[in-house]
Every structure is written in C-alpha cells, then in structure tokens.
Design a protein around this ligand. Structure first.
Ligand code: UDP
Ligand code: MG
Length: 314
C-alpha cells in the first residue's frame, strides 16, 4: 500500500491536536492508503507536547518532532518536509481550517498524475474584512512585482509527490515563502478550491507581526523590482533636480532674485532626503537577507526527533 505522510506544524494547539488526529484517522479508514502523521511542534508552551507523546504511544503512525524553539510556521513546515518519507506528502494546519475531508480529493488528483496539488481558499469563515482586503491587495501587488505567478488565496495545504519533496529539500534559503517556492519549481501542478472553516479551537497563532514578515519575505524572495524601483526613482529625481538647477540659474542670472529660494530648497532637501532614506531602506532589507543567508545557520533546531528516527531518545 502507498504511504501518505501528513505534515502538520503545531504551535500551542492543545485543544485541536486530538480532534485533528481523530479526523485524519477517520478519513484514512475509508481509503486504501497507509498514513503517517508527522507533527512538528514549533516550540509550544501549552500541553501540546504531552498530547503528542500520548498519541505516539498509542499509535505508531503518529511521529512528532519537537523544535528547540518557536521558529515560525514556514520553518516548522520545512522541518516536516525534510523528514516526511511517504510516497506523497500532504502539508496542512492542525486547527481544522484545512479540512481533512479534502484529502481524498488531493490523493485522487495525485493518482491522476499531478505531482503538486495546491489548494486555494475561496473564502475563510470568520475572518475579518480587514484581513480579507489586505490579503487580496497583497497578492495583487506581489504578482505585479514578482516573476512567478502566485495564486491569490493560496494556502499551505497541498499534496506533493515524494520526488517534488526531495527537490524542495534542496532549497535552503532562510527567508522562505513556501507557496511561491513550490509554485516556481515546475513539475505537474494543479489546484483545487475549498472554503476554510473557522478554527476548531484556540486563536490564530499568526500575529500581525508574523503576517507582515511573511508578506515582506514573499515580495523580497521573488522580486528585485523594489531595488530597481530605487534606481528609477533616483533617475527621475536626477532629472527633476536638473530642471531645478536650470530654474536656479535662470532666477539668478535672468531675474536676479536668488535669495527668495528658501521654500524651494527646504522642499527639495525634505524630498530628496525622503527618497534616499526609502531607497536605503529597501537596500537594507535585501542586505539583511544576504547577511542571513551568508551566515548559513541551520533553518531550525530539533529538540527531540521522531521516535522512528531516534528510538533511543524517546
Ligand atoms: N503555527 C506554527 N508556528 C507559528 C505559528 C503557527 O507552527 O509560529 C501553526 C499553527 O499551530 C497552525 C498553523 O501553523 O497549525 C497555521 O497557523 P494559524 O492557524 O494560527 O494561522 P491562520 O490560519 O490564522 O492564518
Ligand atoms: Mg488557522
């Protein structure tokens, strides 16, 4: 029988894990596939780890990795993908917002010959109008800037063939926007749509700060256009300041009223100062990313590995 690995990053999900586990078992009971549930605990501070250990004891199909600290959803996912060894790998959230009932459809698409099956959120129940609006605009901006098309509403809920997972493991950048990375990899990809229900329990673990970081990572990882924009702005300003210089010359030598330029000068200084700081800021963003990558630190640290990989530690 083919084995499907289900990779699930969890961070303080004590009230969701058991329910999630049960619904995965229920789904696979009706399918002719074995499954392995690879939880990656992203440094939870609640009872999540106890619950995961308990599940492991009762069902050897459950295997958990405990990260040494909270490394964020994208890195926890990466860790899970690095270890998942099923014939196909499904990544999904553990809060029931990625409905397990969709798994048979994902697998059916895979059996049709697709190597990556993405899911697109048509709607999310119980999400604020603000989050919906910012998300819609974000994808518009991202797609204008970036070289690869990133589907709006894309969720980190997808199936990948083991061969795509192996290929993905060779991507080791730190600032990662997994959606875009997989989208840009090629292979035979398709997508299905779904409506994300409300979380089963608990609150979103994505703070506005984490959302913003992910959003900036997405733009920076797939585009150098912001840098080039700096160049364009610079050229435009150079041209403008040349016109201004002409104006200065004309004022001084034709009209002889050079003193009356205070307002113009102040405005110019403020304007060019603003432009320079913006461009410097953009460059700083890229440089800090270069720095992060050059340090070449491990993407994540494992506090405790899967029982099947390290039986002596468990
Ligand atoms: N998550 C994680 N590390 C984090 C934040 C979130 O592993 O630092 C997990 C979380 O437990 C959940 C999934 O990532 O299984 C998606 O997070 P969440 O549901 O909070 O995001 P939202 O659905 O609100 O975008
Ligand atoms: Mg969620």
């Amino acid at each position: 029988m083919k084995i499907i690995s289900v990779v699930v990053p969890v961070y303080n999900e004590e009230d969701n894990i058991e329910h999630f586990y049960k619904s995965i078992v229920e789904v696979f009971d009706k399918l002719d596939y074995e499954f392995e549930l690879d939880f990656v605990d992203d440094g939870s501070k609640d009872r999540s780890r106890e619950i995961l250990r308990e599940l492991e004891k009762n069902d050897s199909r459950v295997q958990s990795i405990f990260l040494a600290k909270n490394s964020g959803h994208q890195l926890a996912l990466t860790c899970g993908l690095d270890h998942a060894d099923g014939d196909a790998v499904i990544m999904m959230d553990g809060d029931m917002q990625h409905p397990p009932e969709l798994i048979p459809t994902l697998i059916a698409k895979w059996e049709e010959g697709y190597e990556v099956v993405h899911t697109i959120r048509k709607n999310t129940e119980g999400v604020s109008a603000f989050k919906k609006l910012t998300s819609a605009y974000y994808y518009k901006i991202l797609n204008t800037l970036s070289t690869v098309h990133i589907q709006e509403g894309g969720a980190d809920f997808r199936l990948m063939d083991q061969k795509v997972v192996k290929a993905f493991r060779r991507y080791r950048e730190h600032a990662r926007f997994i959606r875009g990375m997989i989208g840009s990899m090629g292979f035979k990809q398709t997508y299905i749509e779904f409506v994300a229900p409300k979380r089963f329990a608990g609150v979103s673990k994505f703070s506005p700060r984490k959302m913003l970081h992910l959003a900036v990572d997405g733009v920076m990882a797939f585009s150098t256009l912001p840098l080039r924009m700096g160049l364009y702005i610079g050229v435009c300003c150079g041209f403008l300041s040349f016109l201004l210089f002409l104006h200065v010359l004309v004022s001084k030598y034709v009209f002889n009223d050079a003193v009356a330029g205070w307002a113009t000068i102040t405005a110019c200084i403020l304007f060019f100062g603003g432009v320079q700081l913006t461009v410097l800021g953009i460059m700083g963003e890229y440089i800090s990313r270069i720095y992060e990558e050059v340090k070449n630190r491990p993407l994540y640290l494992i506090g405790r590995g899967r029982p099947k990989d390290e039986p002596e530690n468990n």
